[in-house]
Design a protein around this ligand. Structure first.
Ligand code: PLP
Length: 388
């Protein structure tokens, strides 16, 4: 198998061959068929690329080819956002009367799907402490049809024993879906650990430039075909230009992730020794309670860290306001550092009680960009000094 940087530059070459070195943008809503038979065939081809753009487009297929090879899965597909990837897959895999298991520490949108959307549709859910594999086992019922994991989790950077949980679910014929947004396939490959479907907010590291909203799913072709069938109905189609931009971002993913990993570790180390900081959540720190497990299933620890201030919201907010490089923003995974107060950001999706149960009020999520490490470290230390 070629190396990661070779994959991101070349894996899409055979998908829609052209003499153009940079792939063309197929800015079209539909494709013409040669005859009735070809039209009928294309209309039912799962994850096709030249029938109707809501069904698939060459720009989607090129991204999918790269992601599938990076994640070491048979196939992949793209959606209009990470949330579209999650909800389309969940709608494909569960029905009223079923049961879904998720994590207590998870991205706010995923939490809202578990706590609000699915129960409204007649699907029962249980959220568990992801650091306790037995809690997943205890939550399994004969009606369980899906297990959702996210490791490291947003924003507490808690680790799930992905291999153990996926194995447990598989023993009960229950598929597992893993949100691999924080780790990226460069640092962790959930399919190699037994996960059935891997998904990403491609808005983050995969695209990497904060200029596209997109999602991807990777897994076995037959499972993705079921998701694609529902995707035709939900219509969460990624525009061809955005798919093209995503492919362009993917080209440099391995280079960027290397720097994100280095910056994340440098910031976590510097802040963990600062007296203004109560706790740094970063799986690459030897002091992280699950560092050993993280090191077993990850080859790098990413660019996101959680910085907990004892003083609650006011201290966290003042720290955010003092940062020179990391701008206050809801996203992460781009070349520019971004920071946010998760308890404020998730008010649109979760109730105050749901937020209080999932995230400390004094937590800042800092996503290191690809700037020079010395500049980022000096900046956060100056902001932390002023918090004393
Ligand atoms: N998963 C994680 C870990 C996220 O951080 C986000 C967004 O912040 C999502 C999923 C949702 O992705 P999107 O915003 O692309 O819909």
């Amino acid at each position: 198998m070629p190396g990661k940087s070779t994959i991101t530059v070349h894996a899409d070459r055979g998908v829609h061959p052209s003499r153009a070195v940079a792939p063309p943008i197929f800015q079209t809503a539909a494709f013409a068929a040669e005859d009735g038979e070809a039209f009928a065939r294309a209309a039912v081809a799962p994850r096709g690329k030249d029938f109707y753009t809501r069904y698939g487009n060459p720009n989607h297929a090129q991204v999918a080819a790269v992601v599938a090879e990076l994640e070491n899965t048979e196939a992949a597909m793209v959606t209009a956002s990470g949330m579209a990837a999650l909800t389309t897959a969940v709608l494909a895999l569960v029905s009223a009367g079923d049961h879904v298991i998720g994590q207590r520490s998870t991205y706010g949108g995923t939490a809202s799907v578990l706590l609000n959307l699915l129960p409204r549709l007649g699907v029962t859910t249980t959220v568990v402490d992801q650091t306790d594999t037995d809690a997943f086992a205890a939550a399994l019922t004969p009606r369980t049809r899906l297990v959702l994991v996210e490791s490291p989790s947003n924003p507490l950077l808690q680790i799930t024993d992905v291999r153990a949980v996926a194995g447990l679910a598989r023993a009960h014929d229950v598929p597992t879906m893993a949100d691999n947004t924080f780790a990226t396939p460069l640092n962790q490959r959930p399919a190699d650990l037994g996960v059935d479907l891997v998904w990403h907010s491609a808005t983050k590291y995969l695209n990497g430039h904060s200029d596209v909203s997109a999602g991807v799913l990777a897994g076995p072709a037959d499972l993705l075909d079921r998701v694609w069938d529902v995707g035709l109905l939900t219509g969460a189609t990624l525009g061809p230009v955005d798919a093209w931009l995503l492919l362009r971002g993917l080209r440099t993913l391995p280079l960027r992730v290397e720097r994100h990993n280095a910056n994340g570790l440098a910031l976590a180390r510097a802040l963990s020794e600062h007296p203004a900081v109560a706790r740094v959540h970063y799986p690459g720190l030897a002091t992280h309670p699950q560092h050993k497990l993280a090191a077993e299933q990850m080859s790098g620890f990413g660019g996101v860290l959680g910085i907990e201030f004892g003083g609650g919201f006011e201290v966290a907010d003042a720290f955010l306001g003092r940062l020179r490089y990391a701008r206050r923003s809801a996203s992460l995974g781009g070349v520019e550092s971004l920071a946010v107060h998760p308890a404020s950001m998730w008010r649109g999706m979760l109730s105050e009680e749901q937020i209080a149960a999932s995230v400390p009020l004094g937590l800042v999520r800092l996503a290191a960009g690809t700037e020079d490490p010395a500049d980022l470290v000096a900046d956060v230390l100056a902001a932390a000094d002023a918090s004393l």
